[in-house]
Design a protein around this ligand. Structure first.
Ligand SMILES: Cc1cc2nc3c(=O)[nH]c(=O)nc-3n(C[C@H](O)[C@H](O)[C@H](O)COP(=O)(O)OP(=O)(O)OC[C@H]3O[C@@H](n4cnc5c(N)ncnc54)[C@H](O)[C@@H]3O)c2cc1C
Length: 370
């Protein structure tokens, strides 16, 4: 068998790229699991990105138009009239993308494991039966523990965090996410609540499981009222190179993840567009450079992450006091971009009063912003 492109991994990124390339080139996708989805992922995607990336509406479970931010002692709310983010079902998201790719001519090999390369061919196994496939280009979209990355000699300089997420019954405001930034609950990350409706929400964090347990108690949610529990890993940092010979990495395999929120769907999709163009032009080596806007965002996110890890709760309370002011909330409501944190922070930094306030409570944050 010979294809133009063999995509290894039928998660979000692999299916998204397959949809972009199918019909233009001979494309195949190899997916280890027998069905799509199942990954630990809250599934929050900024509404602007969701629409710009033309993601399938069938995947949407709920729309969020605001968020309530909680520190240890304060809270404030930001909201807009229009939906700002969607919570999606990963299984449906991946299935719908795969269906579109198949309709355009892509081949799918489900329950098929990529084992490694032998010369110019990919070694695959399906139910213990081994076979080989050849392609002009290979794409490793096989997630954070990428076998393809190992095969092409990519090295990681990253912080790997375990994430926990459960779907739990409780009382929620359907259109409002909750973000809790409280170091006595979790030193390493914030905690989130993403409602699927008034009765069920996805609740999670990264770091230690005990952080999530403490949070559930504080938020009056019972672990025994959970109807789903998932564990996953994200890598915040760099895995390079993204290209080795005729093989490229995409999505979590390349650690295309926001270090501030651990969201990877949008960056994976943006990079898929760059990779599709590079493959179609036959110049796969241009891919990494053409993703420079995403690389800048990752780099900025890593700086913010370092600032966050060094902040005390007192510092967080100081930042909350400033962000909860009317002026800051207006900037967030009018100018914040769910997927472009650099732009959001630049908008805040343009306001002299906010900038001076932040400089007073956290000089390191301002150094990072500037
Ligand atoms: C707790 C948690 C919450 C998150 N919440 C969000 C969120 O709200 N929003 C957001 O944008 N991101 C979120 N993320 C990150 C998001 O899940 C990832 O960035 C996204 O799944 C990356 O997609 P991907 O296709 O690159 O990788 P994956 O989704 O991991 O897909 C990789 C695919 O490759 C397959 N595979 C692996 N090895 C092989 C092999 N050898 N052969 C064949 N197939 C193989 C796997 O089975 C899998 O289907 C979250 C992550 C975690 C852990």
């Amino acid at each position: 068998m010979r294809y133009d492109v063999l995509i290894i991994g039928g998660g979000f990124a692999g299916n998204y790229l397959a949809r972009l390339l199918a019909g233009k080139l001979e494309v195949a996708v190899v997916e280890r699991k027998g069905s799509f989805g199942g990954k630990a992922c809250t599934g929050i995607i900024g509404a602007g990105s969701f629409e710009a990336l033309n993601l399938p509406e069938k995947a949407v479970i709920n729309g969020l138009r605001g968020a309530v931010f909680h520190s240890a002692v304060q809270s404030f709310e930001v909201s807009r009239k229009r939906t700002q983010a969607y919570v999606v079902d990963r299984r449906n998201l991946e299935r719908e993308l795969a269906k579109e790719a198949i309709r355009k001519g892509a081949d799918y090999f489900m329950a098929t494991n990529f084992l490694g390369f032998r010369g110019r061919r990919a070694r695959l196994s399906h139910l213990k039966e081994e076979f080989e496939v050849e392609a002009k280009f290979y794409v490793g979209a096989d997630g954070v523990a990428s076998t393809v990355a190992r095969e092409i000699g990519s090295k990681s300089r990253a912080e790997f965090l375990r994430g926990y997420e459960l779907e739990v019954l409780g009382e929620f405001r359907r259109e409002f996410a909750e973000v809790w930034v409280n170091k006595s609950l979790n030193k390493e990350f914030f905690l989130w609540v993403a409602p699927l409706g008034d009765e069920v929400a996805r609740v999670g964090t990264f770091g230690e499981l005990s952080s999530l347990e403490r949070f559930l108690r504080l938020r009056n949610l019972k672990p025994t009222s959970a109807i789903e529990f998932k564990v996953g890993v994200v890598g915040l940092g760099w895995r390079e190179p993204w290209v080795g010979g005729n093989t490229a990495l995409l999505g979590d395999a390349a650690l295309q993840i926001k270090p501030t929120t651990a969201g990877g769907i949008v960056f994976g999709a943006i990079c898929a567009h760059h990779l599709a163009r590079a493959i179609l032009s036959g110049e796969i080596s241009s891919y990494e450079h053409s993703c420079r806007a995403v690389r800048r965002q990752i780099s900025f996110g890593l700086t913010l992450r370092r600032v966050f890890l060094n902040l005390t709760q007192e510092g967080i309370e100081g930042i909350f006091r400033i962000l909860s002011s009317e002026e800051a909330r207006r900037v967030i409501e009018e100018e914040a971009d769910f997927d472009d944190h650099l732009r959001t922070f630049k908008a805040i930094a343009k306001r002299p009063r906010l900038l001076a306030g932040l400089l007073r409570v956290s000089p390191s944050l301002i150094r990072a912003l500037l």
